[in-house]
Design a protein around this ligand. Sequence first.
Ligand SMILES: CSC[C@@H](O)[C@@H](O)C(=O)COP(=O)(O)O
Length: 360
Amino acid sequence: MRTIWLAADGSAVEIIDQTRLPHGFAIARLETLADAAHAIRAMLVRGAPLIGATAAWGLWLALCRDATDAALAQAHATLLATRPTAVNLRWALDRVRARVAPLPATERAAAARGLAIAMCDEDVALNRGIASAGLPLIRAIAARKRPDERVNILTHCNAGWLAAVDVGTATAPIYAAHDAGLAVHVWVDETRPRNQGASLTAWELLNHGVPHTVIADNAGGHLMQHGHVDLVIVGTDRTTATGDVANKIGTYLKALAAHDNGVPFYVAAPSPSIDWTLHDGRREIPIEERGAEELAQITGRLADGTVASVSVLPAGSAAANPAFDVTPARLVTGLITERGVCSATAEGLRTLFPGHASKP
Ligand SMILES: CSC[C@@H](O)[C@@H](O)C(=O)COP(=O)(O)O
Protein backbone atom coordinates (compact mmCIF):
# COMPACT_ATOMS: atom_id res chain seq x y z
CA MET A 1 0.00 0.00 0.00
CA ARG A 2 0.99 3.63 -0.36
CA THR A 3 1.32 6.19 2.43
CA ILE A 4 -1.22 8.64 0.96
CA TRP A 5 -4.13 8.30 -1.46
CA LEU A 6 -7.40 9.83 -2.58
CA ALA A 7 -10.24 8.45 -0.44
CA ALA A 8 -12.69 6.12 -2.19
CA ASP A 9 -15.48 8.72 -1.99
CA GLY A 10 -13.25 11.24 -3.80
CA SER A 11 -13.77 13.98 -1.25
CA ALA A 12 -10.79 13.53 1.08
CA VAL A 13 -7.27 12.18 1.33
CA GLU A 14 -6.25 9.22 3.45
CA ILE A 15 -2.88 8.57 5.06
CA ILE A 16 -1.19 6.05 7.29
CA ASP A 17 -0.98 7.77 10.69
CA GLN A 18 2.72 7.24 11.40
CA THR A 19 2.44 8.43 14.99
CA ARG A 20 0.70 5.11 15.74
CA LEU A 21 3.43 2.83 14.37
CA PRO A 22 4.87 0.35 15.21
CA HIS A 23 2.40 -0.69 17.91
CA GLY A 24 -0.76 0.25 16.05
CA PHE A 25 -1.85 0.75 12.46
CA ALA A 26 -4.40 3.43 11.70
CA ILE A 27 -5.61 5.29 8.65
CA ALA A 28 -6.37 9.01 9.11
CA ARG A 29 -8.70 11.02 6.89
CA LEU A 30 -7.73 14.56 5.84
CA GLU A 31 -10.73 16.64 4.79
CA THR A 32 -9.51 20.21 5.06
CA LEU A 33 -6.47 22.39 4.64
CA ALA A 34 -6.19 22.46 8.45
CA ASP A 35 -6.19 18.65 8.55
CA ALA A 36 -3.34 18.51 6.02
CA ALA A 37 -1.31 21.18 7.82
CA HIS A 38 -1.81 19.38 11.14
CA ALA A 39 -0.80 16.03 9.65
CA ILE A 40 2.52 17.49 8.49
CA ARG A 41 3.24 19.57 11.61
CA ALA A 42 2.35 16.80 14.08
CA MET A 43 4.19 14.25 11.91
CA LEU A 44 1.30 11.91 11.15
CA VAL A 45 3.11 12.09 7.83
CA ARG A 46 6.81 12.85 7.69
CA GLY A 47 9.81 12.31 5.48
CA ALA A 48 10.67 14.85 2.83
CA PRO A 49 8.90 13.31 -0.20
CA LEU A 50 5.74 12.54 1.75
CA ILE A 51 5.65 16.03 3.24
CA GLY A 52 5.69 17.36 -0.34
CA ALA A 53 2.96 14.96 -1.50
CA THR A 54 0.74 15.82 1.47
CA ALA A 55 1.20 19.53 0.79
CA ALA A 56 0.09 19.06 -2.81
CA TRP A 57 -3.05 17.28 -1.62
CA GLY A 58 -3.53 19.97 1.04
CA LEU A 59 -3.75 22.64 -1.66
CA TRP A 60 -6.38 20.56 -3.41
CA LEU A 61 -8.40 20.27 -0.20
CA ALA A 62 -8.20 24.05 0.25
CA LEU A 63 -9.24 24.76 -3.35
CA CYS A 64 -12.27 22.46 -3.04
CA ARG A 65 -13.70 24.91 -0.50
CA ASP A 66 -12.43 28.20 -1.87
CA ALA A 67 -10.56 28.58 -5.14
CA THR A 68 -10.03 32.34 -5.10
CA ASP A 69 -6.57 33.89 -5.44
CA ALA A 70 -6.64 34.90 -1.78
CA ALA A 71 -7.49 31.37 -0.61
CA LEU A 72 -4.77 29.89 -2.79
CA ALA A 73 -2.19 32.29 -1.34
CA GLN A 74 -3.33 31.61 2.20
CA ALA A 75 -3.29 27.83 1.75
CA HIS A 76 0.19 27.98 0.21
CA ALA A 77 1.47 30.07 3.14
CA THR A 78 -0.20 27.86 5.77
CA LEU A 79 1.29 24.67 4.40
CA LEU A 80 4.71 26.22 3.79
CA ALA A 81 4.90 27.19 7.46
CA THR A 82 4.39 23.63 8.74
CA ARG A 83 7.99 22.35 8.61
CA PRO A 84 11.01 24.35 7.47
CA THR A 85 13.78 21.95 6.47
CA ALA A 86 12.51 19.63 3.72
CA VAL A 87 12.63 21.59 0.47
CA ASN A 88 10.14 19.15 -1.07
CA LEU A 89 7.43 21.11 0.74
CA ARG A 90 8.13 24.34 -1.14
CA TRP A 91 8.81 22.46 -4.36
CA ALA A 92 5.40 20.75 -4.24
CA LEU A 93 3.48 23.85 -3.22
CA ASP A 94 5.09 26.04 -5.89
CA ARG A 95 4.44 23.42 -8.52
CA VAL A 96 0.73 23.10 -7.74
CA ARG A 97 0.32 26.88 -7.44
CA ALA A 98 2.04 27.44 -10.80
CA ARG A 99 -0.33 24.93 -12.41
CA VAL A 100 -3.59 26.26 -10.98
CA ALA A 101 -3.00 30.02 -10.66
CA PRO A 102 -3.49 30.80 -14.38
CA LEU A 103 -6.81 28.87 -14.46
CA PRO A 104 -10.29 30.21 -13.75
CA ALA A 105 -11.31 29.49 -10.14
CA THR A 106 -13.87 26.91 -11.31
CA GLU A 107 -11.14 24.73 -12.80
CA ARG A 108 -8.52 24.99 -10.09
CA ALA A 109 -9.56 22.17 -7.74
CA ALA A 110 -9.76 19.59 -10.52
CA ALA A 111 -6.35 20.66 -11.86
CA ALA A 112 -4.81 20.44 -8.38
CA ARG A 113 -6.25 16.98 -7.85
CA GLY A 114 -4.87 15.79 -11.21
CA LEU A 115 -1.44 17.16 -10.40
CA ALA A 116 -1.39 15.71 -6.87
CA ILE A 117 -2.16 12.27 -8.32
CA ALA A 118 0.58 12.70 -10.93
CA MET A 119 3.11 13.90 -8.35
CA CYS A 120 2.47 10.85 -6.18
CA ASP A 121 3.00 8.55 -9.17
CA GLU A 122 6.13 10.51 -10.07
CA ASP A 123 7.51 10.09 -6.56
CA VAL A 124 7.24 6.33 -6.87
CA ALA A 125 8.96 6.43 -10.27
CA LEU A 126 11.81 8.59 -8.90
CA ASN A 127 12.34 6.17 -6.05
CA ARG A 128 12.41 3.23 -8.47
CA GLY A 129 15.12 5.15 -10.33
CA ILE A 130 17.08 5.45 -7.08
CA ALA A 131 16.67 1.70 -6.55
CA SER A 132 18.17 0.99 -9.98
CA ALA A 133 20.98 3.51 -9.52
CA GLY A 134 21.91 2.29 -6.04
CA LEU A 135 21.65 -1.46 -6.57
CA PRO A 136 25.05 -1.76 -8.35
CA LEU A 137 26.77 -0.22 -5.30
CA ILE A 138 25.46 -3.04 -3.12
CA ARG A 139 26.09 -5.64 -5.80
CA ALA A 140 29.73 -4.57 -6.06
CA ILE A 141 30.24 -5.01 -2.31
CA ALA A 142 28.42 -8.37 -2.37
CA ALA A 143 30.74 -9.57 -5.13
CA ARG A 144 33.73 -9.07 -2.82
CA LYS A 145 32.15 -11.06 0.04
CA ARG A 146 32.48 -14.73 0.85
CA PRO A 147 29.29 -16.72 0.14
CA ASP A 148 28.42 -16.86 3.84
CA GLU A 149 28.84 -13.11 4.38
CA ARG A 150 26.20 -10.38 4.18
CA VAL A 151 26.45 -6.79 3.01
CA ASN A 152 26.00 -4.65 6.14
CA ILE A 153 24.30 -1.33 5.45
CA LEU A 154 23.73 1.31 8.11
CA THR A 155 20.86 3.77 7.80
CA HIS A 156 19.64 6.63 9.95
CA CYS A 157 16.07 7.80 10.61
CA ASN A 158 13.44 6.57 8.17
CA ALA A 159 13.95 7.19 4.48
CA GLY A 160 11.88 4.18 3.54
CA TRP A 161 8.52 3.83 1.83
CA LEU A 162 6.83 5.43 4.84
CA ALA A 163 8.84 8.61 4.21
CA ALA A 164 7.76 8.76 0.57
CA VAL A 165 4.65 7.77 -1.36
CA ASP A 166 6.11 4.29 -1.80
CA VAL A 167 9.46 2.43 -2.18
CA GLY A 168 11.44 5.04 -0.22
CA THR A 169 14.77 6.61 -1.08
CA ALA A 170 17.58 5.25 1.13
CA THR A 171 15.80 1.90 1.41
CA ALA A 172 15.08 1.65 -2.32
CA PRO A 173 18.46 0.09 -3.24
CA ILE A 174 18.27 -2.09 -0.11
CA TYR A 175 14.85 -3.51 -1.05
CA ALA A 176 16.10 -3.99 -4.63
CA ALA A 177 19.17 -5.87 -3.41
CA HIS A 178 17.14 -8.04 -1.05
CA ASP A 179 14.56 -8.77 -3.76
CA ALA A 180 17.39 -9.67 -6.17
CA GLY A 181 18.57 -12.33 -3.73
CA LEU A 182 21.62 -10.53 -2.33
CA ALA A 183 22.35 -11.17 1.35
CA VAL A 184 21.89 -7.79 2.99
CA HIS A 185 21.64 -6.84 6.64
CA VAL A 186 20.67 -3.37 7.84
CA TRP A 187 21.91 -1.63 10.98
CA VAL A 188 18.99 0.60 11.93
CA ASP A 189 19.87 3.66 14.03
CA GLU A 190 17.07 4.09 16.57
CA THR A 191 17.10 7.85 15.78
CA ARG A 192 16.28 9.64 18.98
CA PRO A 193 14.35 11.62 19.91
CA ARG A 194 11.37 10.44 17.85
CA ASN A 195 12.79 7.03 17.08
CA GLN A 196 11.91 6.94 13.39
CA GLY A 197 14.51 4.19 12.91
CA ALA A 198 13.28 1.95 15.72
CA SER A 199 9.59 2.63 15.07
CA LEU A 200 9.35 2.98 11.31
CA THR A 201 12.42 1.64 9.49
CA ALA A 202 12.48 -1.51 11.63
CA TRP A 203 8.73 -1.99 11.03
CA GLU A 204 9.19 -1.62 7.28
CA LEU A 205 12.16 -3.95 7.06
CA LEU A 206 10.44 -6.52 9.26
CA ASN A 207 7.37 -6.52 7.04
CA HIS A 208 9.52 -6.88 3.93
CA GLY A 209 11.59 -9.69 5.45
CA VAL A 210 14.89 -7.78 5.28
CA PRO A 211 17.34 -8.89 8.01
CA HIS A 212 18.07 -5.95 10.29
CA THR A 213 19.25 -5.01 13.77
CA VAL A 214 18.23 -1.87 15.64
CA ILE A 215 21.13 -0.12 17.35
CA ALA A 216 21.47 2.83 19.68
CA ASP A 217 22.38 5.96 17.77
CA ASN A 218 25.81 5.99 19.32
CA ALA A 219 26.76 2.46 18.25
CA GLY A 220 27.51 3.19 14.58
CA GLY A 221 31.07 4.46 15.08
CA HIS A 222 32.02 1.40 17.09
CA LEU A 223 30.56 -0.94 14.47
CA MET A 224 32.45 0.87 11.73
CA GLN A 225 35.74 0.65 13.64
CA HIS A 226 35.31 -3.11 13.81
CA GLY A 227 34.52 -3.58 10.13
CA HIS A 228 30.85 -4.36 10.63
CA VAL A 229 29.52 -1.66 8.27
CA ASP A 230 30.18 -1.89 4.52
CA LEU A 231 28.10 1.07 3.44
CA VAL A 232 25.96 3.87 4.85
CA ILE A 233 22.87 5.04 2.95
CA VAL A 234 20.73 7.86 4.33
CA GLY A 235 18.03 10.12 2.96
CA THR A 236 17.97 13.89 2.64
CA ASP A 237 15.57 16.70 3.42
CA ARG A 238 17.49 19.26 1.44
CA THR A 239 20.64 18.94 -0.63
CA THR A 240 22.34 22.10 -1.86
CA ALA A 241 23.47 22.65 -5.42
CA THR A 242 26.98 21.99 -4.08
CA GLY A 243 26.14 18.63 -2.44
CA ASP A 244 25.76 19.56 1.24
CA VAL A 245 23.04 17.43 2.82
CA ALA A 246 20.53 18.23 5.56
CA ASN A 247 19.05 15.11 7.10
CA LYS A 248 17.81 13.90 10.48
CA ILE A 249 19.88 15.02 13.47
CA GLY A 250 22.81 12.65 13.95
CA THR A 251 23.47 12.05 10.26
CA TYR A 252 26.53 14.32 10.39
CA LEU A 253 28.10 12.25 13.18
CA LYS A 254 27.60 9.09 11.13
CA ALA A 255 29.26 10.75 8.17
CA LEU A 256 32.24 11.73 10.33
CA ALA A 257 32.58 8.20 11.65
CA ALA A 258 32.25 6.75 8.15
CA HIS A 259 34.93 9.12 6.85
CA ASP A 260 37.29 8.21 9.68
CA ASN A 261 36.83 4.51 8.97
CA GLY A 262 36.85 4.55 5.17
CA VAL A 263 33.20 3.45 4.98
CA PRO A 264 31.38 4.74 1.87
CA PHE A 265 28.66 7.22 2.84
CA TYR A 266 25.91 7.64 0.24
CA VAL A 267 22.87 9.89 0.25
CA ALA A 268 19.74 8.90 -1.66
CA ALA A 269 18.65 12.22 -3.15
CA PRO A 270 15.64 12.42 -5.46
CA SER A 271 15.71 15.65 -7.48
CA PRO A 272 12.79 17.30 -5.60
CA SER A 273 15.04 17.24 -2.50
CA ILE A 274 17.71 19.33 -4.23
CA ASP A 275 17.61 23.06 -3.54
CA TRP A 276 19.31 24.59 -6.56
CA THR A 277 19.31 28.05 -4.94
CA LEU A 278 21.59 27.13 -2.01
CA HIS A 279 25.38 26.73 -2.01
CA ASP A 280 26.36 26.46 1.66
CA GLY A 281 24.24 24.04 3.60
CA ARG A 282 25.49 24.88 7.08
CA ARG A 283 24.82 28.57 6.68
CA GLU A 284 21.74 28.50 4.50
CA ILE A 285 19.55 25.47 5.26
CA PRO A 286 16.90 26.27 7.88
CA ILE A 287 17.08 23.72 10.70
CA GLU A 288 13.81 22.88 12.40
CA GLU A 289 13.76 23.19 16.19
CA ARG A 290 11.08 20.93 17.59
CA GLY A 291 9.52 20.84 21.03
CA ALA A 292 11.53 19.72 24.04
CA GLU A 293 8.77 17.25 24.96
CA GLU A 294 9.90 15.00 22.09
CA LEU A 295 13.18 14.54 23.96
CA ALA A 296 11.77 14.54 27.47
CA GLN A 297 9.24 11.78 26.81
CA ILE A 298 9.40 8.44 25.11
CA THR A 299 6.46 6.43 23.84
CA GLY A 300 6.27 2.66 23.84
CA ARG A 301 4.15 -0.37 24.62
CA LEU A 302 3.74 -1.51 28.21
CA ALA A 303 3.69 -5.16 29.25
CA ASP A 304 -0.13 -5.13 29.27
CA GLY A 305 -0.18 -4.01 25.65
CA THR A 306 -1.22 -0.41 26.19
CA VAL A 307 0.81 2.31 24.51
CA ALA A 308 2.04 5.00 26.90
CA SER A 309 4.48 7.89 27.13
CA VAL A 310 6.92 8.17 30.00
CA SER A 311 9.31 10.92 31.06
CA VAL A 312 13.01 10.24 30.74
CA LEU A 313 14.37 13.54 32.07
CA PRO A 314 14.31 14.91 35.57
CA ALA A 315 11.49 17.43 35.87
CA GLY A 316 13.09 20.86 35.56
CA SER A 317 15.97 20.00 33.21
CA ALA A 318 16.02 22.04 30.03
CA ALA A 319 16.05 20.14 26.72
CA ALA A 320 16.86 21.27 23.18
CA ASN A 321 15.69 19.49 20.07
CA PRO A 322 17.31 20.52 16.77
CA ALA A 323 15.71 18.07 14.34
CA PHE A 324 18.23 18.09 11.47
CA ASP A 325 21.91 18.65 10.84
CA VAL A 326 24.01 19.35 7.77
CA THR A 327 26.60 16.94 6.46
CA PRO A 328 29.13 18.82 4.35
CA ALA A 329 29.60 17.54 0.82
CA ARG A 330 33.23 16.56 1.51
CA LEU A 331 31.97 13.75 3.78
CA VAL A 332 29.52 12.38 1.18
CA THR A 333 30.90 9.66 -1.09
CA GLY A 334 28.11 10.10 -3.61
CA LEU A 335 24.51 11.10 -4.23
CA ILE A 336 22.17 8.38 -5.49
CA THR A 337 19.62 10.18 -7.66
CA GLU A 338 16.92 8.90 -10.00
CA ARG A 339 19.30 9.67 -12.87
CA GLY A 340 22.28 7.81 -11.48
CA VAL A 341 25.03 8.26 -8.91
CA CYS A 342 27.14 11.43 -8.90
CA SER A 343 29.72 13.07 -6.71
CA ALA A 344 28.38 15.45 -4.07
CA THR A 345 29.63 18.48 -5.96
CA ALA A 346 28.13 21.21 -8.13
CA GLU A 347 29.83 19.62 -11.11
CA GLY A 348 28.50 16.14 -10.30
CA LEU A 349 24.95 17.42 -9.93
CA ARG A 350 25.25 19.55 -13.08
CA THR A 351 26.30 16.52 -15.09
CA LEU A 352 23.14 14.62 -14.12
CA PHE A 353 20.80 17.63 -14.14
CA PRO A 354 22.08 20.01 -16.81
CA GLY A 355 18.73 21.82 -16.92
CA HIS A 356 19.02 22.74 -13.25
CA ALA A 357 22.28 24.65 -13.22
CA SER A 358 22.70 26.08 -9.73
CA LYS A 359 21.29 29.55 -9.28
CA PRO A 360 23.36 32.11 -7.38
C1 LIG B 1 13.13 9.93 2.09
S1 LIG B 1 13.01 10.79 3.52
C2 LIG B 1 14.48 11.71 3.79
C3 LIG B 1 14.42 12.45 5.05
O1 LIG B 1 13.23 13.18 5.09
C4 LIG B 1 14.52 11.53 6.27
O2 LIG B 1 15.77 10.91 6.26
C5 LIG B 1 14.33 12.34 7.51
O3 LIG B 1 15.25 12.92 8.03
C6 LIG B 1 12.94 12.45 8.01
O4 LIG B 1 12.81 13.31 9.10
P1 LIG B 1 11.37 13.51 9.77
O5 LIG B 1 11.62 14.49 10.86
O6 LIG B 1 10.93 12.17 10.24
O7 LIG B 1 10.47 14.08 8.69
